[in-house]
Design a protein around this ligand. Structure first.
Ligand code: 6R9
Length: 648
């Protein structure tokens, strides 16, 4: 079992929901939750079927709530629906039409607010642009964009006409874009000239240009003018967004799509080198995004809500766009970094927009702690009523700081566990009723039935560390890995013979039934809340002529949660420090800045078992600078160990 599970935390502090919060909460009694949870567990068909009928707008009602066993369960079959309609059109028949849907702020301080009516208009226009470019239902469209309103417009326009969006985080490299374009066989790329990050321009269009040398399926590129930087526009291939939008009709009926119509693909790292194209479909996903947003963030009509994630990750998909807009909320969207122009930027925005609900990641919270209380203390944060965290386990001290300094000890904290694959939040406190413990994501939401099992699938007792699995399907779960259904089955369902969904995380459940997620048990790293596979970094390293062999492991990192340590057997005779720098740059260029190694250690050999397997756990211990409990009797060459330990 992994190291993570052995590092079982014991945290005894407990915080009751503030009485004032509970008094106004949507779910305000334990009984109400228990009843929902039991019903969803015992009769998922009725539970989800009733919600889908009462909460979603259908063009044609569905015939069956669930069809087929996990992992092949289909949801709401026979129904016709549209996610963009669910997020926009249905709010236009009430006063909500003039409510702000998106409140956007660019890094340089420019702003734009789009009401539901305005956003609907822009989405309809851009949907017509896509149609004019020959985009048809089912086509895959790559979005490689900064955090600007056009990204939201493009997503919803794809959804409106039934095109499947595949968003690539702006920090990824040209090679990463090409891989994803090819895997999805995407037809069109939507990008911008550039985006702002700490005052510098990220050359998005230039990266797309390079990627197109290796992505033959792409026919056209749409470019938003954002930074005004120089770009090359290839005639008959590249088009400016503003040119295409000129004079286009704002009438575009939402396509009536099957419930299981593919809504989006989002690539994420698995334990092998090739990223996985997680596919989500329409009705189940939008229902999950909508309901989990409402339950976890205790949505009230007047709320201003801000999730600081990038839309390039699942958190941005579900909790900046689909979930909040399906609920008719006001969602704040910010383009830039938290420390630009200074470390107070987030708190300045909270004050400026009077944010009530704030959702961020532990890695950001650890940075805020380091920057010091003086930054948040300069601003009035009294509008906040609820705080959330996601992306990795939160260390109790960061939780306490968040509670005290940002939440003024009056805001509940929802620590939300979920994954790209789960589509929406799975395990989380309900803020009006769940007493919280720093570092625990507490209880499963209605419809989620987890278990902790041993390697052979035996359910474990309380406080025993094991593997986190889901024992029942839920509407917003992934349907497949795009183009590779076998890998989907293999990755998530083969470990327990199809009985459970295996999340890849280690966890334990305590004496109160609270879940404590300890981190990945596979070769997936979690660097600043972003998933990266060790194999991906290894493949990038060995593709360089200076590398004979490489093994990559994570190690505990104060800010990033996990850092990247690369053990490399070098070849060639470039001076060591120069070679290390070259390799760091190479990985960065191959994958993207988030994958830049923190450490590269040269070694004449890697520790291997007699059967030739790299002893990764031993390397993890060495990278973390701790004594190893790993049995080294199978180690082939014992002198390797001494050399590795002395190397830094
Ligand atoms: C939403 C998202 C998923 C992995 C997941 C787990 C880790 C996410 C967590 C958490 C502990 C939490 N993770 N939330 N671990 N507590 N509240 O982050 O999706 O990028 O796919 O990552 O992140 O290890 O398996 P994704």
């Amino acid at each position: 079992m992994s190291d993570a599970i052995e590092n079982v935390l014991h945290e005894n502090r407990k915080f009751d929901p503030p009485a004032e919060f509970s008094a106004n909460a949507l779910i305000s009694t334990q009984d109400a939750y228990q009843q929902m949870w039991e019903e969803a567990k015992n009769d998922p068909e009725k539970f989800w079927g009733d919600l889908a009928n009462s909460e979603l707008d259908w063009f044609q009602p569905f015939q069956k709530t669930m069809e087929g066993e996990m992992p092949e369960t289909k949801w709401f079959t026979g129904g016709k629906i549209n996610a963009s309609y669910q997020c926009l059109d249905r709010h236009l028949t009430s006063a909500r039409k003039n409510k702000a849907a998106l409140v956007w702020e660019g890094e340089p301080g420019d702003t734009r607010t789009l009401t539901y009516q305005q956003l609907h208009r822009e989405v309809c226009k851009f949907a017509n642009v896509l149609k004019n470019l020959g985009v048809e239902p089912g086509d895959r469209i790559t979005l490689y964009m900064p955090m600007i309103p056009e990204l939201a417009i493009a997503m919803l326009a794809c959804a409106r006409i039934g095109a499947t969006h595949s968003i690539i985080f702006g920090g990824f490299s040209a090679d990463a874009i090409a891989d994803r374009n090819n895997d999805a066989q995407a037809k069109l790329v939507i990008t911008a000239d550039g985006g702002w990050r700490r005052g510098k321009e990220i050359p998005l269009k230039a990266n797309v240009d390079t990627s197109l040398e290796k992505s033959p399926s792409i026919e056209k590129v749409v470019v938003v003018r954002r930074t005004g930087g120089d770009v090359t526009m290839v005639p008959d291939r590249d088009y400016w967004w503003h040119d295409l939008m000129e004079g286009v009709s704002a009438d575009c009926e939402a396509a009536q799509l099957d419930s299981e119509h593919p809504l989006f693909i989002l690539y994420t790292s698995g334990s092998t080198g090739k990223p996985k194209g997680v596919l989500h479909t329409t009705a189940g996903y939008i229902l999950g995004a909508q309901m989990t947003t409402r339950w976890v963030f205790d949505v009230h009509e007047e709320d201003t809500y801000w999730c600081t994630a990038d839309i390039g990750w699942i958190t941005g998909h579900s909790y900046i766009i689909y979930g909040p807009l399906a609920n008719g909320m006001t969602s704040v969207m910010y383009e830039g970094a938290p420390n630009w122009p200074d470390e107070g930027r987030f708190w300045e925005l909270v004050e400026k927009y009077q944010v009530n609900i704030f959702y961020t990641a532990p890695t950001a919270i650890r940075a805020f702690v380091k920057w010091g209380d003086e930054w948040p203390n300069k601003y009035d944060l009294s509008s906040l009523r609820l705080l959330g965290t996601v992306g990795e386990p939160i260390n109790p001290e960061a939780w306490m700081w968040y509670h005290r300094v940002i939440g003024g000890e009056r805001c509940p904290i929802v620590d939300t566990w979920w994954q790209t694959e789960t589509g929406g939040i799975m395990i989380s406190p309900l803020p009006g009723i769940t007493p919280t413990k720093p570092g625990s994501c507490t209880n499963p939401l209605p419809g989620v039935v987890p278990a902790i099992v041993s390697e052979d699938g035996t359910p474990l007792e309380e406080n025993q560390g094991g593997l986190l699995v889901m024992t029942q399907p839920w509407p917003h779960m992934l349907r497949t890995l795009y183009g590779d259904h076998d890998r989907f089955i293999e990755t998530y369902f083969s470990k327990f013979d199809g009985k459970y969904y295996f999340a890849g995380d280690g966890a334990r459940r305590d004496e109160d039934g609270y879940y404590w997620v300890m981190g990945r048990v596979d070769d997936v790293l979690n660097v600043s809340g972003h998933r990266l596979s060790t194999m991906e970094v290894e493949s990038a390293l060995v593709s360089h002529e200076l590398v004979a062999e490489a093994a990559v492991v994570g190690f505990p990192h104060d800010l990033k949660g996990e850092g990247i340590c690369c053990f490399v057997i070098p070849k060639g005779d470039i001076p060591e420090s120069e070679a290390k720098e070259l390799l760091k740059q190479h990985v960065r260029q191959q994958i993207g800045a988030i994958a830049t190694p923190d450490q590269i250690r040269f070694t004449p050999a890697l520790p291997k078992t007699r059967s030739g397997k790299i002893m990764r756990r031993l390397l993890r211990d060495i990278a973390a600078g701790r004594e190893s409990t790993q049995d080294t009797t199978t180690l082939e060459d014992k002198t390797v160990l001494e050399k590795l330990r002395s190397e830094k």
